[in-house]
Design a protein around this ligand. Structure first.
Ligand SMILES: [Zn+2]
Length: 352
């Protein structure tokens, strides 16, 4: 069975990828803060309330591993990037019309990046730890993803991303070590950019960078690679094939991958190469408004089980819920757990 800290998590443990849907009033409070109608203390109160709700709704759904819902972050990344120093903001060149990846500000370096106050994840962990007794996972954008909106200029050789990427890896590594010191035991690195970053980075370099990022971090390490989920849109060619088998040199016990949105395409890659690693298979499509039935989810799990032994399998969603409305996210979490229960019964013989 999958274990965490030697504790048995049971058969087919369920968890979200990381972010949960923020309540509507968090968006209203952010707007009020920008307009000067609310203060930082109002915002903090709202955020803490929203994290309580995120934890409660995950527990109510019956998830086995909980996150804080990344409610403090916007678009799962921005609040982490904003804690970096050495950057100057470049306003988006396109502000009208459909909101997408190119509607967000970009950054240029003015000197080597640093994070004098850390990346903020330790504060996230210490708060959520007070809210639940369930196992907790903490997710951190990896260096490839953190670098996505940043162009290296001052402090770096022009046009060469590698020195910036390794500086970011060092900052993430320090944060991960601090998380472990604070008691975190389950850490996930989110690297959607690993699936197809521009400019292209060879897989072997991606792996070296990842292993630097987690070097010496004494915790269960997961690696989440999806295809992007800004406003529910992917940003890359939706295939893992170019990553395999080299990506398995990454020092991660668990890989959290996106399958449901692609009707379980490429699950055979894991059967072929996965070996001794654990897979958290995405069996909920976070980019679709369609709410899966428990039987839909069970069918996807059965497909996964044709390629992955049950004791190596976690069940999750394709990606986080940062681009999903709260009611939809809640319904999808319920479907995830209900589908998992159907298959657990079958595996235990009770459903036969
Ligand atoms: Zn994702």
């Amino acid at each position: 069975m999958p274990t965490l800290n030697g504790v048995d998590l049971g058969l087919l443990p369920t968890m979200g990828v990381g972010s949960y849907a923020s309540p509507a009033w968090v968006f209203a409070m952010r707007r009020a803060l920008r307009a000067g109608e609310a203060g930082p203390a109002d915002m903090e109160e709202a955020i803490q309330d929203a994290i309580k709700i995120a934890v409660w709704e995950q527990e109510e759904a019956g998830l086995d591993v909980i996150t804080d819902g990344e409610i403090r972050r916007q678009r799962f990344l921005w609040n982490v990037v904003e804690r970096l120093s050495g950057l100057t903001v470049i306003p988006p060149q396109r502000k009208l019309g459909v909101v997408s990846y190119d509607s967000a500000p970009r950054f240029e370096t003015v000197e080597r990046v640093s994070a004098p106050e850390g990346l903020g994840l330790v504060q996230e962990y210490t708060y959520v730890r007070t809210l639940t007794n369930k196992p907790i996972k903490v997710c951190c954008p990896g260096p490839l993803t953190l670098a996505l909106p940043i162009t290296p200029k001052g402090g770096y050789p022009s046009g060469d991303y590698l020195p910036l990427l390794y500086d970011l890896a060092a900052l993430v590594n320090r944060e991960l070590r601090q998380l472990v010191a604070a008691g975190a035991t389950f850490l996930q690195i989110d690297e959607p950019s690993a699936a197809g970053r521009t400019p292209h980075l060879p897989v072997t370099e991606t792996v070296t960078l990842f292993n630097e990022t987690v070097a010496g971090v004494q915790a269960k390490i997961a690696l989440h690679i999806c295809f992007g989920n800004n406003q529910g849109r992917p940003a890359m060619k939706r295939t893992y094939a170019p990553l395999f088998p080299h990506i398995l040199a990454a020092k991660a016990e668990l890989f959290a991958l996106e399958f449901a949105n692609r009707e379980m395409a490429e699950i055979g890659l894991w059967g072929q190469y996965g070996g001794d690693r654990e897979l958290a298979a995405g069996v909920i499509d976070v980019k679709s408004m369609y709410v899966e039935t428990p039987e839909d989810v069970a069918e996807r799990i059965r497909t996964v089980l044709e390629h992955v032994p049950p004791h190596k399998l976690y069940l999750t969603c394709d990606c986080g819920f940062s681009a999903t409305s709260r009611g939809l996210a809640r319904a999808k979490l319920n479907a995830l757990v209900a589908g998992a229960r159907l298959v657990r019964r079958e595996l235990s013989g009770a459903g036969a």
